[in-house]
Design a protein around this ligand. Structure first.
Ligand SMILES: [Ca+2]
Ligand SMILES: [Ca+2]
Length: 209
């Protein structure tokens, strides 16, 4: 699974990174990283690496899980931004998404979308995907910051361990996990290829060190 890029070992950070949108904090030097994202497979039989490049960073502490995204973007002035408020519909603009099944039951999972603004849309589906107000009502205990540079935008996201949606991992814990990126509403790139966006039994895996 590691060899095929479907499992990442998440290191424990000695200290938490400062959440300022930039990924220059020393804490990220120890992060697990991935930089190959694939086009959504329902459109292709072959695994096609997305030309829209992203780099993912992960780590955790006793209190929280940390996700960093570095999104290459030649023309960030053209970022598609529509949503303005928490839990607005962000999914068809420039957005990164995180899918997390922290109790690894392949059923209930959190979906968190973050735009460059940032606007955060966090949903919890206790029994699989349903697009409704009850899903949107769940709000994670988080901090987020973003930064838009000349040829990239970046995200730092901290989500604290509050169950049952985001359970605290122990060394050896396994989570289902998949990040994705939507680019200009034309490209949907996933770290682990799934048959669709919402497929909790097809997520990639994290193993906590
Ligand atoms: Ca679950
Ligand atoms: Ca919410």
């Amino acid at each position: 699974l590691r060899h095929n890029g479907m499992l990442l070992d998440v290191p424990r950070f000695a200290r938490a990174p400062v959440i300022d949108g930039r990924l220059d904090d020393d804490a990220w030097e120890k992060a697990a990283t991935a930089d190959t994202f694939y086009q959504l497979s329902s459109a292709h039989v072959a695994a096609i690496v997305s030309p829209v490049r992203s780099r993912l960073y992960l780590g955790y502490t006793d209190e929280a899980f940390y996700v960093g995204f570095y999104e290459y973007d030649e023309t960030p002035e053209e970022l598609m931004i529509r949503a303005k408020n928490r839990d607005d519909y962000v999914w068809w603009e420039d957005v990164i998404e995180i899918f997390m099944d922290t109790d690894f039951d392949h059923l209930g999972y959190a979906q968190i979308g973050i735009t460059s603004v940032p606007v955060v849309a966090d949903n919890w589906y206790p029994e699989g995907f349903v697009s409704d107000d009850a899903s949107r009502r769940w709000n994670a205990d988080y901090e987020v910051s973003t930064y838009v540079g000349q040829d990239f935008w970046s995200v730092e996201y901290e989500v604290r361990f509050v169950g049952p949606q985001i359970t605290q991992p122990n060394p050896g814990s396994i989570w289902g996990f998949n990040p994705s990126r939507t680019y200009r509403n034309t490209e949907y790139a996933q770290w682990v290829r799934m048959s669709r966006a919402h497929a909790p039994n097809e997520l990639g895996l994290l193993r906590f060190e």
